[in-house]
Design a protein around this ligand. Structure first.
Ligand code: B12
Ligand code: SF4
Ligand code: SF4
Length: 382
């Protein structure tokens, strides 16, 4: 590989990015991420992890543990849309929930992996001795730490990598390689004195600039499968999967709406669906509707539970019969307990009657308690 002009190859690769369907490429060194390691240790000690991260902190921060003799890391970013054109209205009797933007269109894992394969093929045509290890999201490395080092963008106070070109509406991926490509410098922009994301976070999950307590982050909570606390259920609002608040308020995202990847464009009725039909959606129908979206990775249960929560938060009495049916016949106790909470939140004599009837029949202790709490909350608010 001695005769190759690596600077030239890097320039040609960046020129080819758009034709490969990639919006930005940067090169990071493959040196250990020593500072990040300390950070991740502290993060764990504080109990701020989500549990979705790779647990082995050495693997997370030492590229040489994942790949023999790494020489550089090629980071990529793909921009995604942030706006719905003419979204369907959420109205009384026809309430709708929201999927976060990162789950619009086709699952980004597949889209980025395909782009990384294209890039690998492009490089192999020029350097047949090239070796590559690609990852997107589920790999051991921190995609944000790699992107930051590769000059893709800066780490915002909301934790997101913010690119000067597309804001933070970008997916990240990378490949470790034996090609000694010259490294890029990190970008020099920063958040300055802005604190809009920290101020807007509904649960104060952003405990400091760039530091997240995942356990309080609504994005995380929407992806869990159990019964959620009263406080967090109120804050979930009508979010069915993920949370975009700290990005929506970011001034760096103003006017940023990438619409040039057709496979990432949203289907209105899927990303802002009616809530009531979701309560009874079967496995097969769920897979047909959402199987190709990144929101489906935890199955239908969290999304159905969030739909139940959203109906409670809308306080729309027309949802009482549908919620009563969940409380009466859903086999999953988490869904029944959440339905009891929602009925309590909606209130009124019909909801109270449903709860009282359920109390006589319900066997599961968690649900019994949720019914009692719901009836108590109704008494307290009258
Ligand atoms: C676990 C995880 C989550 C968890 C935890 C998120 C978090 N902030 O830690 C939950 C479920 C909450 C989550 C939510 C979201 N996620 Co997520 N998630 C991940 C995952 C798998 C690991 C992240 C991780 O390890 N976090 C631990 C923290 C400590 O490390 P880190 O953020 O990776 O690294 C940074 C910090 O350590 C910081 N740091 C290091 N040292 C120091 C020192 C100081 C002083 C400071 C201030 C900071 C600092 O710098 C590092 C790099 O910039 C990555 C994919 C991956 N493999 O990396 C995607 C990823 C981060 N998620 C992504 C997305 C899109 C989201 C959501 C926007 C989805 C949504 N709409 O709901 C939200 C955003 C929430 C938020 N404010 O961060 C994208 C981010 C794209 C981008 N532009 O930044 C990623 C990269 C997936 C991808 N491949 O595109 N996610
Ligand atoms: S994703 Fe939502 S809950 Fe999580 S930090 Fe951002 S605004 Fe807060
Ligand atoms: S809202 Fe302000 S502080 Fe937060 S990430 Fe954007 S620019 Fe940075």
């Amino acid at each position: 590989m001695n005769k190759i002009d690596w600077q030239q190859l890097k320039a040609e690769m960046k020129d080819a990015a758009a034709s490969l369907g990639i919006d930005k490429i940067g090169i990071a060194s493959a040196e250990p991420f020593t500072e990040l390691k300390q950070r991740l240790v502290r993060h764990r000690e504080l109990g701020y992890e989500s549990g979705f991260e790779e647990p082995d902190l050495d693997k997370r921060t030492e590229p040489s543990l994942l790949f023999e003799d790494p020489k550089s890391i090629i980071a990529i970013a793909i921009a995604y849309p942030s706006k719905l054109q003419d979204p369907p209205k959420s109205e009384p009797g026809a309430r709708r929930g929201l999927f976060s933007r990162s789950s619009w269109g086709d699952d980004y894992h597949g889209v980025l992996r395909e782009r990384l394969r294209r890039l690998e093929a492009w490089l192999l045509e020029r350097v047949p001795e090239g070796r590559f290890l690609s990852m997107v999201d589920t790999g051991a490395l921190s995609d944000r730490a790699v992107a930051e080092r590769a000059g893709i963008g800066w780490l915002g106070s909301n934790c997101s990598i913010i690119t000067p070109e597309w804001g933070s509406w970008v997916y990240l991926g990378e490949m470790i390689t034996n090609l000694p490509l010259p490294h890029d410098a990190p970008v020099t922009e920063s958040c300055g004195s802005c604190t809009a994301c920290i101020d807007a976070c509904p649960t104060d999950a952003l405990v400091a600039p760039g530091q997240l307590n995942s356990q309080r982050c609504i994005s995380f909570v929407t992806q869990t499968k159990g019964v959620v606390t009263d406080e967090l259920m109120r804050k979930i609002g009508n979010r069915l999967y993920g949370c975009d608040t700290c990005q929506v308020v970011c001034p760096e995202n103003k006017g940023k709406n990438a619409t040039h990847h057709p496979e990432l464009m949203p289907d209105h009725d899927k990303v802002k669906p009616l809530l009531v039909p979701l309560l009874t959606i079967g496995n097969r129908a769920f897979k047909e509707q959402y199987g190709n979206s990144s929101s489906a990775w935890r199955g239908r249960k969290p999304i159905q539970r969030n739909a139940v929560i959203a109906l409670g938060n809308f306080k729309d009495a027309s949802a009482v019969p549908a919620l009563a049916e969940v409380l009466r016949s859903d086999t999953r106790f988490e869904l029944r307990a959440t339905a009891a909470w929602s009925l309590g939140r909606i209130g009124g004599e019909d909801a109270a009657e449903v709860l009282r009837t359920a109390a006589m029949r319900e066997q599961e202790e968690t649900v019994q308690q949720a019914i009692k709490d719901a009836l108590m909350s109704m008494t307290a608010s009258t």
